[in-house]
Design a protein around this ligand. Structure first.
Ligand code: NAP
Length: 248
Protein backbone atom coordinates (compact mmCIF):
# COMPACT_ATOMS: atom_id res chain seq x y z
CA UNK A 1 0.00 0.00 0.00
CA UNK A 2 1.45 3.47 -0.87
CA UNK A 3 2.38 5.67 2.10
CA UNK A 4 -0.40 8.16 3.02
CA UNK A 5 0.29 11.71 1.89
CA UNK A 6 1.04 14.37 4.48
CA UNK A 7 -1.91 16.77 4.76
CA UNK A 8 -1.32 20.54 4.81
CA UNK A 9 -3.90 23.21 5.64
CA UNK A 10 -3.04 26.55 4.04
CA UNK A 11 -5.23 29.45 5.15
CA UNK A 12 -5.94 32.21 2.64
CA UNK A 13 -4.89 29.95 -0.21
CA UNK A 14 -7.22 31.28 -2.90
CA UNK A 15 -4.93 34.09 -4.00
CA UNK A 16 -1.44 35.57 -3.78
CA UNK A 17 1.10 34.09 -1.39
CA UNK A 18 -1.24 31.39 -0.03
CA UNK A 19 -1.97 30.06 -3.52
CA UNK A 20 1.77 29.92 -4.31
CA UNK A 21 2.43 28.07 -1.03
CA UNK A 22 -0.35 25.56 -1.70
CA UNK A 23 1.05 24.89 -5.17
CA UNK A 24 4.62 24.46 -3.89
CA UNK A 25 3.54 22.03 -1.16
CA UNK A 26 1.47 20.06 -3.68
CA UNK A 27 4.55 19.85 -5.93
CA UNK A 28 6.36 18.33 -2.96
CA UNK A 29 3.71 15.63 -2.69
CA UNK A 30 1.53 16.94 0.13
CA UNK A 31 -2.27 16.79 0.00
CA UNK A 32 -3.35 20.42 0.32
CA UNK A 33 -6.49 21.85 1.94
CA UNK A 34 -6.93 25.32 0.50
CA UNK A 35 -8.85 27.67 2.78
CA UNK A 36 -10.52 30.88 1.61
CA UNK A 37 -13.37 33.01 2.88
CA UNK A 38 -15.21 34.77 0.05
CA UNK A 39 -13.67 34.55 -3.39
CA UNK A 40 -15.10 31.34 -4.90
CA UNK A 41 -13.70 31.91 -8.40
CA UNK A 42 -10.17 32.54 -7.11
CA UNK A 43 -10.40 29.48 -4.86
CA UNK A 44 -11.30 27.24 -7.80
CA UNK A 45 -8.41 28.72 -9.82
CA UNK A 46 -6.06 27.97 -6.91
CA UNK A 47 -7.23 24.35 -6.73
CA UNK A 48 -6.74 24.09 -10.50
CA UNK A 49 -3.18 25.41 -10.04
CA UNK A 50 -2.53 22.68 -7.47
CA UNK A 51 -3.86 20.04 -9.87
CA UNK A 52 -1.88 21.48 -12.80
CA UNK A 53 1.39 20.57 -11.03
CA UNK A 54 0.16 17.00 -10.50
CA UNK A 55 -0.94 17.68 -6.93
CA UNK A 56 -4.14 16.92 -5.09
CA UNK A 57 -6.27 18.96 -2.71
CA UNK A 58 -9.67 20.27 -1.68
CA UNK A 59 -11.20 23.64 -0.88
CA UNK A 60 -12.35 24.57 2.62
CA UNK A 61 -14.33 27.76 3.08
CA UNK A 62 -14.22 29.39 6.51
CA UNK A 63 -13.39 32.69 8.18
CA UNK A 64 -10.22 32.21 10.26
CA UNK A 65 -11.41 34.85 12.73
CA UNK A 66 -14.49 32.78 13.62
CA UNK A 67 -13.42 30.05 16.04
CA UNK A 68 -16.65 28.03 15.59
CA UNK A 69 -16.13 27.91 11.82
CA UNK A 70 -12.46 27.02 12.29
CA UNK A 71 -13.23 24.19 14.74
CA UNK A 72 -15.91 22.72 12.47
CA UNK A 73 -13.70 22.91 9.36
CA UNK A 74 -10.65 21.40 11.06
CA UNK A 75 -12.77 18.57 12.45
CA UNK A 76 -14.11 17.88 8.97
CA UNK A 77 -10.61 17.90 7.43
CA UNK A 78 -9.32 15.46 10.06
CA UNK A 79 -12.34 13.18 9.63
CA UNK A 80 -12.15 13.12 5.84
CA UNK A 81 -8.38 12.96 5.40
CA UNK A 82 -7.34 11.22 8.62
CA UNK A 83 -4.53 13.58 9.58
CA UNK A 84 -3.18 17.15 9.57
CA UNK A 85 0.61 17.40 9.44
CA UNK A 86 1.20 20.99 8.36
CA UNK A 87 -0.51 24.28 9.12
CA UNK A 88 0.35 27.45 7.23
CA UNK A 89 -1.23 30.50 8.89
CA UNK A 90 -1.26 32.80 5.89
CA UNK A 91 -4.74 34.40 5.75
CA UNK A 92 -4.46 38.12 6.25
CA UNK A 93 -5.96 41.53 5.58
CA UNK A 94 -4.57 45.04 5.80
CA UNK A 95 -6.77 47.96 6.83
CA UNK A 96 -4.35 50.86 6.64
CA UNK A 97 -4.53 54.28 8.26
CA UNK A 98 -2.59 56.62 10.49
CA UNK A 99 -3.28 56.21 14.21
CA UNK A 100 -5.76 59.09 14.53
CA UNK A 101 -7.77 57.87 11.56
CA UNK A 102 -7.82 54.21 12.61
CA UNK A 103 -11.27 53.24 13.86
CA UNK A 104 -11.43 50.79 16.72
CA UNK A 105 -13.50 48.43 14.51
CA UNK A 106 -10.67 48.37 11.93
CA UNK A 107 -8.09 47.74 14.65
CA UNK A 108 -10.21 44.86 16.01
CA UNK A 109 -10.90 43.29 12.58
CA UNK A 110 -7.21 43.43 11.60
CA UNK A 111 -6.16 41.75 14.85
CA UNK A 112 -9.03 39.23 14.59
CA UNK A 113 -8.05 37.99 11.12
CA UNK A 114 -4.25 38.24 11.17
CA UNK A 115 -3.50 37.25 14.77
CA UNK A 116 -6.53 35.62 16.40
CA UNK A 117 -7.14 33.71 13.16
CA UNK A 118 -3.72 32.06 13.51
CA UNK A 119 -4.46 31.32 17.17
CA UNK A 120 -7.82 29.65 16.38
CA UNK A 121 -6.37 27.57 13.53
CA UNK A 122 -3.32 26.50 15.55
CA UNK A 123 -5.41 25.53 18.56
CA UNK A 124 -7.85 23.54 16.45
CA UNK A 125 -5.07 21.75 14.50
CA UNK A 126 -2.71 21.18 17.42
CA UNK A 127 -3.95 17.72 18.46
CA UNK A 128 -3.46 16.43 14.92
CA UNK A 129 -0.07 18.16 14.49
CA UNK A 130 1.11 16.61 17.77
CA UNK A 131 0.18 13.15 16.47
CA UNK A 132 2.13 13.69 13.24
CA UNK A 133 5.75 12.59 13.15
CA UNK A 134 6.56 15.62 10.98
CA UNK A 135 4.37 18.38 12.40
CA UNK A 136 5.03 21.85 11.02
CA UNK A 137 3.54 25.30 11.60
CA UNK A 138 4.57 28.29 9.52
CA UNK A 139 3.15 31.71 10.32
CA UNK A 140 3.22 34.37 7.62
CA UNK A 141 4.08 37.63 9.34
CA UNK A 142 5.60 40.68 7.61
CA UNK A 143 8.62 42.95 7.54
CA UNK A 144 6.36 45.62 9.04
CA UNK A 145 5.88 43.43 12.11
CA UNK A 146 9.64 43.74 12.63
CA UNK A 147 10.33 47.37 11.76
CA UNK A 148 6.90 49.08 11.84
CA UNK A 149 5.39 51.21 9.09
CA UNK A 150 3.65 54.57 9.36
CA UNK A 151 -0.01 54.05 8.46
CA UNK A 152 -0.18 50.39 9.49
CA UNK A 153 -0.61 50.48 13.26
CA UNK A 154 -3.04 47.55 13.52
CA UNK A 155 -1.46 45.45 10.77
CA UNK A 156 2.07 45.82 12.15
CA UNK A 157 0.86 45.05 15.69
CA UNK A 158 -0.85 41.87 14.47
CA UNK A 159 2.20 40.79 12.50
CA UNK A 160 4.54 41.47 15.45
CA UNK A 161 2.18 39.41 17.59
CA UNK A 162 2.62 36.47 15.23
CA UNK A 163 6.37 36.54 15.86
CA UNK A 164 5.84 36.30 19.63
CA UNK A 165 3.31 33.52 19.14
CA UNK A 166 5.75 31.62 16.92
CA UNK A 167 8.52 31.66 19.51
CA UNK A 168 6.23 30.60 22.37
CA UNK A 169 4.65 27.75 20.41
CA UNK A 170 8.07 26.60 19.18
CA UNK A 171 8.98 26.08 22.85
CA UNK A 172 5.64 24.49 23.78
CA UNK A 173 5.51 22.01 20.90
CA UNK A 174 9.21 21.12 20.60
CA UNK A 175 8.98 18.07 22.86
CA UNK A 176 6.75 16.44 20.22
CA UNK A 177 9.07 17.51 17.37
CA UNK A 178 6.55 19.97 15.92
CA UNK A 179 8.49 22.90 14.49
CA UNK A 180 7.02 26.41 14.50
CA UNK A 181 8.56 29.12 12.36
CA UNK A 182 7.68 32.46 10.92
CA UNK A 183 8.30 33.97 7.49
CA UNK A 184 8.40 37.75 7.17
CA UNK A 185 7.89 38.78 3.55
CA UNK A 186 8.87 42.23 2.39
CA UNK A 187 7.07 43.88 -0.51
CA UNK A 188 5.42 41.12 -2.55
CA UNK A 189 3.37 41.48 -5.76
CA UNK A 190 -0.21 40.41 -4.87
CA UNK A 191 -3.75 41.87 -4.72
CA UNK A 192 -2.90 43.21 -1.25
CA UNK A 193 -0.01 45.37 -2.43
CA UNK A 194 -1.58 46.28 -5.78
CA UNK A 195 -4.53 47.74 -3.90
CA UNK A 196 -2.43 49.78 -1.47
CA UNK A 197 0.82 50.73 -3.20
CA UNK A 198 0.81 52.35 -6.62
CA UNK A 199 2.68 54.89 -8.75
CA UNK A 200 5.42 56.99 -7.17
CA UNK A 201 5.08 55.30 -3.76
CA UNK A 202 5.74 51.97 -5.43
CA UNK A 203 8.81 53.29 -7.31
CA UNK A 204 10.19 54.83 -4.09
CA UNK A 205 9.73 51.52 -2.30
CA UNK A 206 11.58 49.57 -4.98
CA UNK A 207 14.53 51.98 -4.59
CA UNK A 208 14.85 50.88 -0.95
CA UNK A 209 15.12 47.19 -1.84
CA UNK A 210 18.77 46.13 -2.32
CA UNK A 211 17.79 43.39 -4.79
CA UNK A 212 16.01 46.12 -6.79
CA UNK A 213 12.70 44.39 -7.36
CA UNK A 214 9.38 43.55 -5.76
CA UNK A 215 9.22 39.95 -4.56
CA UNK A 216 6.90 37.35 -6.03
CA UNK A 217 4.51 35.05 -4.16
CA UNK A 218 6.76 32.21 -5.32
CA UNK A 219 9.75 33.78 -3.54
CA UNK A 220 7.83 33.43 -0.28
CA UNK A 221 6.50 29.96 -1.14
CA UNK A 222 10.06 28.67 -1.64
CA UNK A 223 10.97 29.66 1.94
CA UNK A 224 7.85 27.97 3.27
CA UNK A 225 8.56 24.87 1.17
CA UNK A 226 11.95 24.61 2.90
CA UNK A 227 10.52 25.04 6.41
CA UNK A 228 7.92 22.33 5.76
CA UNK A 229 10.44 19.89 4.27
CA UNK A 230 12.46 17.25 6.15
CA UNK A 231 15.54 19.42 5.44
CA UNK A 232 14.29 21.88 8.09
CA UNK A 233 13.61 19.38 10.87
CA UNK A 234 16.16 21.11 13.19
CA UNK A 235 14.87 24.64 12.51
CA UNK A 236 12.32 26.01 14.99
CA UNK A 237 11.34 29.32 16.57
CA UNK A 238 12.97 31.22 13.71
CA UNK A 239 11.99 34.27 11.70
CA UNK A 240 12.98 33.83 8.06
CA UNK A 241 13.09 37.15 6.20
CA UNK A 242 12.13 37.09 2.52
CA UNK A 243 12.43 40.75 1.66
CA UNK A 244 15.12 41.32 -0.99
CA UNK A 245 17.35 42.85 1.69
CA UNK A 246 14.85 45.57 2.68
CA UNK A 247 15.54 44.75 6.33
CA UNK A 248 18.77 42.99 7.33
P1 NAP B 1 -4.11 38.64 -0.73
O1 NAP B 1 -3.62 38.51 -2.12
O2 NAP B 1 -4.93 39.81 -0.35
O3 NAP B 1 -4.88 37.27 -0.33
C1 NAP B 1 -5.43 37.16 0.95
C2 NAP B 1 -5.91 35.75 1.17
O4 NAP B 1 -6.41 35.65 2.51
C3 NAP B 1 -7.06 35.37 0.26
O5 NAP B 1 -6.93 34.00 -0.05
C4 NAP B 1 -8.28 35.63 1.14
O6 NAP B 1 -9.41 34.82 0.77
C5 NAP B 1 -7.75 35.19 2.46
N1 NAP B 1 -8.49 35.74 3.60
C6 NAP B 1 -8.69 37.04 3.92
N2 NAP B 1 -9.42 37.13 5.04
C7 NAP B 1 -9.69 35.86 5.44
C8 NAP B 1 -10.41 35.30 6.52
N3 NAP B 1 -11.01 36.06 7.43
N4 NAP B 1 -10.49 33.95 6.61
C9 NAP B 1 -9.90 33.14 5.69
N5 NAP B 1 -9.19 33.63 4.64
C10 NAP B 1 -9.10 34.98 4.52
O7 NAP B 1 -2.89 38.65 0.30
P2 NAP B 1 -1.34 38.24 0.12
O8 NAP B 1 -0.60 39.44 -0.30
O9 NAP B 1 -1.21 36.98 -0.64
O10 NAP B 1 -0.96 38.00 1.66
C11 NAP B 1 -0.91 36.72 2.25
C12 NAP B 1 -0.28 36.87 3.63
O11 NAP B 1 1.02 37.42 3.50
C13 NAP B 1 -1.05 37.82 4.54
O12 NAP B 1 -1.00 37.35 5.87
C14 NAP B 1 -0.26 39.11 4.43
O13 NAP B 1 -0.42 39.92 5.56
C15 NAP B 1 1.14 38.57 4.31
N6 NAP B 1 2.10 39.51 3.69
C16 NAP B 1 1.89 39.98 2.43
C17 NAP B 1 2.83 40.85 1.90
C18 NAP B 1 2.69 41.43 0.52
O14 NAP B 1 3.50 42.31 0.16
N7 NAP B 1 1.74 41.00 -0.29
C19 NAP B 1 3.94 41.24 2.65
C20 NAP B 1 4.11 40.73 3.92
C21 NAP B 1 3.18 39.85 4.43
P3 NAP B 1 -10.52 35.34 -0.32
O15 NAP B 1 -9.88 35.17 -1.68
O16 NAP B 1 -11.68 34.40 -0.13
O17 NAP B 1 -10.81 36.76 0.00
Amino acid sequence: MPEAKRVALVTGASRGIGRAIATALAEDGLFVVLNYTANEAAAHEALAAVKSVGGDGVLSKFDVSNSDQVDAAVKQIATEHGRIDVLINNAGIAIDGLLLRTKKEDWARTLDVNLSGAFHCTKACSRYLLKSETGRIVNISSVVGEQGNAGQVSYSAAKAGLIGMTRTLARELASRAVTVNCVTPGFIETDMTNKHVQGEVREALIKQIPLGRIGSAKDVAEAVRFLVSPRASYVTGQVLRVNGGLLM
